[in-house]
Ligand binder design. Structure first.
Ligand SMILES: NC(=O)c1ccc[n+]([C@@H]2O[C@H](COP(=O)([O-])OP(=O)(O)OC[C@H]3O[C@@H](n4cnc5c(N)ncnc54)[C@H](OP(=O)(O)O)[C@@H]3O)[C@@H](O)[C@H]2O)c1
Length: 256
């Protein structure tokens, strides 16, 4: 299917590994000029070269770096597709997190996404086309043990983005959230290795137990996610905005 976005420029934050990388691969296959971001400059350059795309390294939790990332990405073209993503906050009971940990999670997983969106909106509005996709988590729909910090900041982002989506809806810009379930990528690997260490079981046993908790009886694959992201960025998704789309093999048990 022609997604109708060939030649447009996309900035994929946290796009050098895992789910962000999968979004970058799917968008690049659709003919989009992709710019990937990550903190590790060497990895960003290597991954970009292997995909035939550009990279801009930098830490999205730092406001000054956010401005530089945007400026460098704009050298490729006006950003009409923005995927906000980064590493997730640490797991643990709500009572265990220090104030600074909350502030860092807020900056990385909520305020960064809002800041990038606000910075990209003027040119999107001018073009009459924009796609903002925020990678959040299925835990925004259904709480999950030890994920209170991640869920708290992502619920805040979801609330702000729900308002933003309506504010810009008439200008051809859509704003949606993609909610990964238990996906076999870096963030989940850190969760099941921590569970294995805590319970004295093997990593493989912890991973299999996790996969069996999903109605589809498997963990999600990066490509399960990236292609949905590309669809949300396509011309065909023009009438979808303000939505939270779960990609989780049926894991979250909510009616809507
Ligand atoms: N995998 C799952 O099952 C799952 C489930 C629910 C939610 N999520 C969330 O979805 C997101 C992606 O997960 P994933 O498994 O794909 O993670 P991942 O494999 O760890 O990849 C994270 C990507 O973000 C980059 N990154 C991390 N912190 C950054 C920062 N401060 N600034 C810029 N780039 C940053 C990483 O590169 P560098 O390290 O080089 O910066 C990497 O490219 C995470 O926020 C995660 O919590 C994942």
């Amino acid at each position: 299917m022609d997604l109708g976005i060939s030649g447009r420029t996309a900035l994929i934050l946290g796009g050098t590994q895992g789910l962000g990388l999968s979004c970058a691969q799917s968008l690049a296959s659709a003919g989009v000029n992709v710019v990937i971001n990550g903190r590790d400059a060497e990895r960003a350059t290597q991954v970009a070269e292997s995909l035939g795309v550009k990279s801009v390294s930098g830490d999205v939790s730092r406001p000054a770096e956010r401005r530089r990332i945007i400026e460098e990405a704009r050298a490729v073209g006006p950003i009409s597709i923005l995927v906000t993503n980064a590493g997730g906050p640490p797991p643990g009971p709500v009572e265990s997190h220090a104030h600074d940990t909350w502030l860092n999670a807020l900056e990385t997983n909520m305020l960064a996404a809002l800041d990038f969106a606000v910075q990209c909106l003027p040119s999107m509005k001018e073009e009459g086309f924009g796609r903002i996709v925020n990678v959040t988590s299925f835990t925004v729909r259904e709480p999950y043990p030890n994920m209170g910090l991640a869920t708290g900041v992502r619920a805040g982002l979801t609330g702000a983005m729900a308002s933003l989506a309506r504010e810009v809806a008439a200008s051809g810009v859509t704003v949606n959230n993609l909610l990964p379930g238990l996906m076999d990528t870096g963030a989940l690997h850190r969760v099941y290795t921590a569970q294995a260490a805590k319970e004295g079981i093997s990593e493989e046993a912890a991973k299999i137990r996790m996969a069996e908790s999903v109605p589809m009886r498997r963990l999600g694959l990066p490509e399960d996610f990236g292609n949905v992201c590309a669809f949300l960025c396509s011309r065909h998704a023009a009438y979808m905005t303000g939505q939270s789309i779960t990609v989780d093999g049926g894991l979250s048990r909510s009616l809507l």
